[in-house]
Design a protein around this ligand. Structure first.
Ligand code: GLA
Length: 384
């Protein structure tokens, strides 16, 4: 019996009927491109959130988090708005989003157990939303296309939590493929292809330990900046509808029509879309050095253009450039804190992680978490 099933049975005195699991994700290349209908290269990680539940009578739901022992309950008729500092918001938000689609679920006893680091930039919230959604799907036979489950999770963030995020996190948690990066198109909302990382290389996450709570960050402001730039560019270039349709050459030609800030934000997104495609081509030609260079360029663009980096993230990338074994590195996810990803030679990875942690500790007096990641499959659920 798995640990979560055992603990559930001990707590509620009966067995759960379903177990789901949804992974965290890493954004490999393609920063802030998803809500501009652009491309992203991402993967699901081995770290995941498990969700088990058993339906019950009435309208009251009970949830337990076996990571810290916390327990929260809520009434199905009193979940219209999020409550401050309540991790079940991500579960209640899923129920609310399903209701908007005409789908009702019943009361349940549930529990979660997760290995996805919290508020780090590995999408712990998307993992929880998708784990909850997939468990509900099994128990209440909900028939939604897979991409719509990503939209349900995005709806939780956009409407329930107030973060105007794109689809990347939930989409990667659903569609991730073991040992593969996925190239996603957020216009058609589909996986274009799976792209293998060459043998002998691994991805490591180094957490800057600056908590990134994107709701309180400038994430939403950046999205507005992109919209302002888009409005001007689509007027100039009929046929274009989002930044994804604009090339660097077109952006340069229109520079005078944008404010400096709009230009910079657009330059980041347009550059990222181009880098994603160049990165995929590089991997397909086994040109890992070019791929690594693109990761460093992406980070530099975050510094110069999108201004979503921090001194801690920048220092990790500076260290990455000076240590042996690193092919490329960049901030990953929304930014404003959280994690960096590092593409490493597998045989140098352990020593590299040790050295970068030491270097960071010397400067900031903080021990950064380092995780050498497995690339895992997307979410799943099954009846027990
Ligand atoms: C966060 C958001 C995503 C995406 C990234 C930046 O992870 O949730 O939708 O916008 O930031 O690429």
């Amino acid at each position: 019996m798995s640990k979560i099933v055992e603990k559930f049975t001990e707590l509620y005195g009966r067995k759960p009927v379903v177990r789901s699991a949804a992974p965290g994700r890493l954004e490999i290349l393609g920063n802030h491109t998803d809500y501009n209908q652009g491309f992203v290269l991402s993967c699901a990680v081995g770290q995941h959130t498990e969700f088990v539940l058993a339906p019950c009578e009435g309208r009251r739901c009970r949830m337990a988090d076996f990571r810290d022992g916390s327990r929260v309950s809520f009434e199905l008729d009193d979940i219209d708005t999020a409550k401050p500092r309540d991790w079940t918001n991500y579960i209640k938000g899923v129920i609310v989003e399903l209701r908007k689609r005409g789908i009702e679920i019943g009361a349940f006893d549930g529990a979660i157990l997760s290995s996805v680091p919290l508020s780090a930039g590995m999408s712990s919230s998307a993992a929880l939303e998708i784990a909850a959604g997939f468990a509900f799907r099994e128990v209440w036979n909900i028939d939604l296309p897979l991409a719509d489950w990503a939209r349900v999770g995005q709806g939780v963030e956009n409407h329930y939590m107030g973060l105007k995020s794109g689809l990347l996190d939930q989409f990667s948690s659903i569609f991730g493929k073991r040992d593969s990066l996925i190239l996603s198109d957020f216009r058609t909302v589909e996986v274009v292809k799976n792209v293998a990382l060459p043998h002998g290389y691994v991805l490591a996450v180094i957490n800057s330990m600056v908590k990134h709570n994107l709701v309180d960050s400038e994430y939403n402001t950046r999205r507005l900046d992109c919209e302002a730039a888009t409005a001007k560019l689509v007027r100039r270039y009929p046929g274009a509808t989002t930044l994804r349709d604009i090339s660097t050459a077109q952006l340069e030609a229109a520079k005078e029509e944008l404010t400096l800030m709009e230009y910079r934000r657009a330059k980041h997104v347009v550059g990222e879309c181009e880098r994603v495609m160049q990165g995929v081509a590089a991997l397909e030609h086994h040109d890992i050095a070019t791929f690594g260079r693109l990761l460093f360029e992406s980070h530099q663009s975050s510094i110069d253009n999108f201004e979503n980096s921090t001194p801690e993230l920048d220092y990790l990338i500076e260290l990455a450039q000076s240590l042996p074994g690193c092919i490329g590195a960049r901030l990953s996810g929304g930014g404003f804190g959280g994690i960096t990803i590092h593409l490493l030679k597998a045989d140098a990875a352990e020593a590299y992680c040790r050295r970068i942690r030491e270097g960071f500790r010397l400067k900031f007096n903080v021990n950064p978490e380092a995780i050498i990641c497995d690339i895992g499959d997307g979410a799943s659920a099954h009846r027990l």
